[in-house]
Design a protein around this ligand. Structure first.
Ligand SMILES: Nc1nc2c(ncn2[C@@H]2O[C@H](COP(=O)(O)OP(=O)(O)OP(=O)(O)O)[C@@H](O)[C@H]2O)c(=O)[nH]1
Length: 201
């Protein structure tokens, strides 16, 4: 299976940290201002899966950025929507994103859009402002999957997020590959990963 994934959420919630964790198993702390599409292959239930993962920038106003936002949404087969458990505004943003994504996708398939909601920075529980129950409830009400993770502390939980999304993609009966049409916007990774990119992630 081959699928396009967009990672979205407000600034500083840990979108790059999650993506880089999946790709390299590492947490490096600072990620700079990179927006890239990465290709990552792994085996899920004995089956090879390749995900093209777009670690995307957040735009305050989806409508101001509507054409790019729409392009991202249409390109994507599945979504990882990230908030920080210490930042309520980022949680509210995920809720808005879900509605906007569902209304941007075709009406017929809107209910089935594979979306995983991720509450990140679980290690900062002493600064928590969004409870786990709120995350779970949002997922329940919007027919999404929910995980709380710490990209800083744990690779396994991040892997589970992407496995969960693959399950959703399978449920949506996605089996065909779409070409990576947005290659032109791919920017080079930071020096940290430039070396690693020659290796297979
Ligand atoms: N404590 C903690 N810090 C985290 C975690 N994930 C990310 N961070 C930190 O949060 C900050 C933002 O992380 P990024 O991965 O750059 O966040 P982003 O959402 O990609 O941010 P933008 O590129 O600005 O949209 C960095 O200082 C990270 O080190 C986490 O799980 N726990």
């Amino acid at each position: 299976m081959d699928a396009n994934i967009v990672v979205m959420g407000m600034e500083s919630v840990g979108k790059s940290a999650l993506t880089v964790r999946l790709l390299t198993r590492r947490f490096i702390g600072e990620y700079g201002d990179i927006e890239s599409i990465y290709s990552h292959s792994f085996i899920v239930d004995g089956r090879a899966v390749t995900l093209n993962i777009w670690d995307s920038h957040y735009s305050q106003d989806f409508s101001a950025d509507s054409s790019l936002f729409e392009k991202k949404v249409r390109w994507a087969d599945g979504f990882v929507l990230v908030y920080s458990i210490c930042d309520r505004a980022s949680f509210n943003t995920v809720s808005r994103l879900i509605q906007t994504i569902k209304s941007t996708k075709d009406c017929l398939s809107a209910d089935k859009v594979p979306i995983v909601i991720v509450g990140n920075k679980r290690d900062l529980h002493h600064r928590r402002t969004v409870t786990s129950e709120e995350g779970r409830l949002l997922a329940l009400n919007t027919d999404c999957q929910f995980y709380e993770v710490s990209a800083a502390e744990n690779y396994h939980s991040v892997l589970m997020v992407f496995h969960g999304l693959v399950d959703r993609l399978k449920d949506a009966k996605l089996t065909t590959k779409k070409p990576l049409r947005l290659k032109g916007i791919v920017k080079s990774m930071s020096a940290v990963f430039a070396r690693r990119r020659t290796e297979s992630f």
